[in-house]
Design a protein around this ligand. Structure first.
Ligand SMILES: Nc1ncnc2c1ncn2[C@@H]1O[C@H](COP(=O)(O)OP(=O)(O)OP(=O)(O)O)[C@@H](O)[C@H]1O
Length: 660
């Protein structure tokens, strides 16, 4: 158990699904794939034929809709009347074509209202969440409880048989069901990493929704719209059958069925074309919906793996921090991340100069990712953050509104995820995704945008850029995808790059290439980089300084060379000794006994004391100060090596950002 724990703490790639193994998806535009299926092609073809016949009825119908030919009364199909004639000798085919104008227009009205309301309200509820979502859901409950037929009859009575009013009401009431579906789909998509990546890149909510959420929720909307069209057709025909809508002699499909029913004793044939057109068209709408559902189920079966969900926090804290000498790209002082009253992260400081790389190391659950998320002011729902200071690229990130923070993300500070493929939208090519960001940050003509996209790919040294640009994320290897993710991050020319284990999902050779790339970016662009890693090898290769975290706090931080030469905190030393690279032939990997205490059960005093071979009774008696020890900071009463000098305490005052 303890062996296993030590390995988990430091092994590169532990517990991670390599991005390259993401299953390949069959691709193609949705409508093309629908048309490739015989049932889809047949249904779509029939609907198009019927719609075209209705629109062009004046041109293609052999007779006028009201033209009578009494000698042909009740005529069966013939060369003169292809579908026969009714009791007044009116051509049934012509009346079906003209009646289609009324019926299909009514169906279209209902579908348009249904889709517009369902899509807009569902997207807003799912994306915004919170109070908006709750209000929308209650309104849907009410709408779904209203009896449809009774309401339509009331509307027809109030608006003197106005069919448009009835169909708009029908679409509106039915849209409550679509709102729920779109909301659920939006909630699911919001958890996908590429949507998060778009948010982190600083895109506006409307851009994120239109570009990355809408395409995902569209298939269920098309399915529901088809099914609604089917219902609307039956409802409209029913109303006209009862003569509650358009009045005779104006033809409508429901009215034709009513005529045929009245004449059934004289000529049963009349019911075949008039009922048949309704049945066939309703069937076509239903089949089309089914095919779209099948096809889109194939598409979404292999969606990207969900990553940690990050959201905007609500609380900030201000303080009188110690001053920082020299130029600073990123300055974080006294960070706390709270879950209710429990501090998940407590008192973390992080100062990074331009061109400096800082590694954040520690076992799982020590607070590394939450610290990174807090730097972006993006935390999982339910968590709050406070800090004495957060300055990014010279700007006070704690004083910024949500809109200001969005502008900061992607421009001053950018993020590289652990699983690069999951951070890219599977529906778009690399070119489209890079263009989107370049357009967002720089604007310019298409040629200028394309030039910048090529520059970015050259900057991250992607071989065969044209092929990469034309590829979808699943067609890229892990290394290529990580270079694309870095190119995306660089699109806004950030001063600070945050990376959450950017090499753990990659094989060793590719890891080395990505580390080299990050080193070069630090040197060429003067990027300040904060990298979360479990791998001391990455720290040694890339970082200038390291911050060692344990149980939500910093236990040691300082220059990497000095740290490797002489770790001063017993935890740092134990973590280094548990590094798989330290194990050799016939040499067992050392492990740290016990495990990191959960945030709500941290012991008094030093959180590491229970697992520490140097513990003394005073380790568990009170708060342990962070002390200065030969140019590094250590939170330990009995450090490895010479004794320490305490640092002055940080004074803080609490300010609620949300209240500003
Ligand atoms: N949304 C949340 N709600 C409550 N607790 C959380 C939440 N997210 C993280 N935590 C807790 O906060 C602590 C720090 O989590 P964090 O993800 O930052 O750890 P980590 O060091 O990044 O771990 P890993 O290396 O496994 O990614 C853990 O105890 C975790 O259980």
């Amino acid at each position: 158990m303890t062996e296993q724990l030590a390995t988990t703490a430091v092994a590169p790639g532990a517990g991670l699904a390599p991005a390259q193994t993401a299953p390949r998806r069959r691709r193609g535009r949705l409508w093309l794939r629908v048309l490739r299926r015989p049932a889809g092609a047949l249904a779509a073809g029939w609907i198009l034929l019927v719609a075209a016949g209705a629109v062009l009825a004046d041109q293609v119908a052999p007779y006028g809709p009201l033209a009578q030919d009494l000698p042909a009364s009740y005529a069966l199909p013939s060369g003169e009347h292809l579908l026969g004639a009714d009791q007044l000798g009116r051509d049934i085919l012509s009346r079906i074509l003209h009646g289609g104008q009324v019926t299909l227009a009514a169906v279209a009205q209902a579908v348009v209202v249904f889709v517009l309301v369902g899509l807009l309200v569902g997207l807003v509820a799912g994306y915004r969440g919170g109070l908006v979502d709750r209000i929308v859901m209650r309104a849907c409950d009410i709408a779904l409880a209203i009896p449809l037929v009774v309401t339509l009859l009331v509307v027809l009575a109030i608006f003197s048989r106005n069919e448009t009013a009835a169909m708009v009401t029908f679409g509106l009431l039915a849209s409550a069901g679509l709102v729920r579906i779109v909301r659920a789909a939006t909630l699911a998509v919001r958890r996908d990493e590429y949507v998060l990546a778009a948010e982190v890149a600083g895109l506006r909510p409307a851009q994120v929704v239109l570009r990355h959420v809408l395409p995902r929720v569209l298939p269920p909307v098309i399915v529901q719209a088809s099914l609604l069209a089917c219902s609307a057709l039956l409802v409209e025909s029913g109303l006209n059958y009862l003569a509650l809508g358009v009045q005779p002699p104006t033809p409508s499909w429901g009215g034709l069925v009513a005529d045929a029913s009245a004449a059934i004793a004289n000529q049963p044939w009349m019911l075949v074309p008039s009922g048949g057109i309704i049945v066939a068209t309703a069937l076509a709408f239903g089949v089309l919906g089914d095919v779209v559902r099948d096809v889109s189920a194939d598409r979404s079966a292999t969606g990207p793996a969900s990553w940690r969900r990050l959201r905007t926090p609500v609380v900030r804290r201000e303080a009188t921090p110690e001053t920082t000498a020299g130029e600073v790209a990123l300055e974080l002082r006294g960070l706390r991340v709270l879950h209710g009253d429990t501090a998940l992260v407590d008192g973390v400081d992080l100062v990074v100069a331009p061109g400096e790389v800082v590694g954040v190391v520690g076992e799982s659950g020590c607070g590394k990712t939450l610290t990174l998320s807090a730097l972006l002011r993006l935390l999982p729902p339910g968590l709050r953050m406070s800090a004495a200071r957060l300055r990014v690229g010279g700007r006070d990130a704690l004083a910024l509104t949500d809109r200001g923070m969005r502008a900061l993300r992607g421009s001053a500070v950018a993020f590289v995820p652990q699983e690069p493929v999951a951070g890219l939208d599977p529906a778009f090519t690399v070119r489209a995704q890079l263009r989107e960001l370049v357009r967002h940050h720089d604007g310019g003509s298409r040629q200028e945008v394309d030039r910048r996209v090529r520059e970015l790919l050259d900057h991250v040294r992607l071989p065969d850029p044209e092929r990469v640009l034309a590829s979808h994320p699943h067609e890229l290897s892990g290394g290529m995808a990580q270079r694309v993710a870095i190119a995306r991050a660089l699109a806004g020319r950030p001063q600070v790059l945050l990376a959450d284990e950017p090499t753990t999902a990659l094989d060793v050779t590719v890891q080395a290439e990505i580390l080299q790339l990050l080193r070069d970016l630090r040197d060429s662009d003067g990027l300040a980089i904060v990298i979360v890693t479990h791998d001391w090898g990455v720290v040694a290769e890339l970082c200038d300084r390291a911050v060692v975290m344990y149980a939500g706090g910093v236990v040691e931080q300082g220059d990497v060379v000095a740290l490797f030469e002489q770790p001063r905190h017993p935890y740092t030393r134990a973590l280094m000794e548990a590094n798989p690279a330290e194990a050799g032939f016939r040499r067992r990997l050392r492990s740290i006994p016990g495990q990191v205490p959960p945030a709500d059960a941290r012991p008094a005093g030093c959180a590491f004391a229970e697992r520490c071979e140097r513990r003394r009774p005073d380790c568990s008696s009170g708060a342990i100060p962070l002390v200065e020890l030969d140019e590094r900071r250590v939170r330990c009463l009995h450090p490895v090596g010479p004794a320490a000098v305490p640092l002055p305490p940080l004074q803080e005052e609490v300010v609620d950002v949300a209240a500003r």
